[in-house]
Design a protein around this ligand. Structure first.
Ligand code: AVJ
Length: 339
């Protein structure tokens, strides 16, 4: 593939023929060159992947989305009372904007709503919808990868920030990365802000297994789609029929692992790099950590937070955690993070 262009001034200009950020492309290559092959989970979400995930959320076996929505609906008034008046709500990864909607109806005196998302199209649509819905609300969309430090232009000094990070996306971070990310949120919302965090709880492995191995095979399609995405955006040559979906609960690490298992010894190319697969070798595509009270406390503490409230559902499958910066803690202390 020709990725360079000769400019009229004689300079070679490199351009990406792909809509994937270079950092994500680099991470894909590095991951596939590892001894234990991995791919970044962010690669799931091309247009097809985003649609498949929406369908997964409707499956009877896939409980997290539905359960979190129930908790948000039940506790929205209480959460609103903790948020208080004149706050700025930062919606980390606003997506289709549905989750924050549960809160906004109860927050008539919000200072501003700040949806943050990488998908510009979705972000602008959410911003337009909310502005129309709440004519008095300042809506300040930020198009960014929220794992990078954010800049908040145009916000009044001394605003109280409420970070909202639902969806149990925190479960996709390795514990040490989760600490880094939450520590960064903490410094954004200091000193008076709060964090509302969606967390999937550890539960019976059969329930977890079913949620990631649905009968219709949508999760398998979602997982395999990552290879189709790479074939299209990184000039890769993966043969999807050489792989199968694998998902299991790893008891030691308390995480669901999703893999793509190579059924035969074969090779594929990606951006002209040759990747060899043994029969039975896997690419790990996702980890989804499941928390209990102890591991959640450890995470909160290591990130300089304390748990103020834990809201759960009748089956105790999911948490909406309300965290506040701990007054006593030293935010640079990040030692207690192995599970
Ligand atoms: C969107 C990250 C919460 O980990 O359960 C769904 C993604 N992966 N089925 C999760 C997912 C497989 C999901 N999160």
């Amino acid at each position: 593939m020709n990725n360079t262009l000769l400019h009229s001034n004689g300079m070679q200009i490199e351009f990406a023929s792909s809509s994937l950020p270079n950092s994500l492309q680099a991470a894909a290559i590095t991951g596939l060159e590892n001894k234990c092959k991995t791919l970044p989970s962010a690669l799931f979400y091309d247009a097809t992947g985003a649609r498949l995930f929406e369908e997964i959320c409707k499956l009877p076996e896939y409980y997290p989305t539905r359960t979190e929505s129930t908790i948000l609906r039940d506790y929205a008034p209480l959460l609103a009372s903790h948020i208080g008046t004149d706050a700025v709500l930062i919606d980390y990864g606003s997506g289709s904007g549905e989750k924050a909607q549960f809160l906004l109806d109860y927050l008539p005196s919000l200072n501003a709503y700040v949806p943050v998302d990488v998908s510009r199209e979705q972000l602008m649509q959410v911003a337009a919808e909310r502005s129309a819905q709440y004519p008095l609300l300042q809506v300040l969309p930020i198009c960014a990868d929220y794992t990078e430090p954010l800049e908040f232009p145009n916000l009044p000094d001394g605003a109280r920030y409420i970070a909202f990070f639902p969806g149990s996306t925190i479960g996709n971070f390795h514990p040490s990365d989760a600490v880094t990310f939450l520590t960064q949120i903490r410094s954004t919302i200091m000193p008076e802000g709060k964090l509302i965090l969606g967390v999937d709880r550890r539960k019976h492995p059969d329930l977890l297994h079913a949620a990631y191995n649905d009968k219709l095979g949508l999760t398998a399609a979602f997982n395999l789609n990552i290879l189709r995405h790479l074939n299209r955006e990184m000039n890769a040559s993966f043969n999807l029929s050489h792989f199968r979906h694998l998902a299991f609960f790893n008891e030691q690490t308390s995480r669901i692992e999703m893999h793509l298992e190579s059924l035969v010894a074969h090779q594929a190319t990606i951006n002209d790099k040759l990747i060899q697969f043994d029969a039975g070798e896997t690419i790990r595509t996702e980890c989804s950590y499941k928390y209990d009270e102890e591991s959640l406390s450890t995470l909160a503490e290591a990130s300089g937070f304390e748990i103020e409230e834990l809201y759960t559902d009748s089956r105790q499958w999911f948490w909406i955690a309300l965290l506040s910066p701990s007054s006593s803690s030293n935010q640079y202390c990040q030692e207690t993070t192995s599970f």
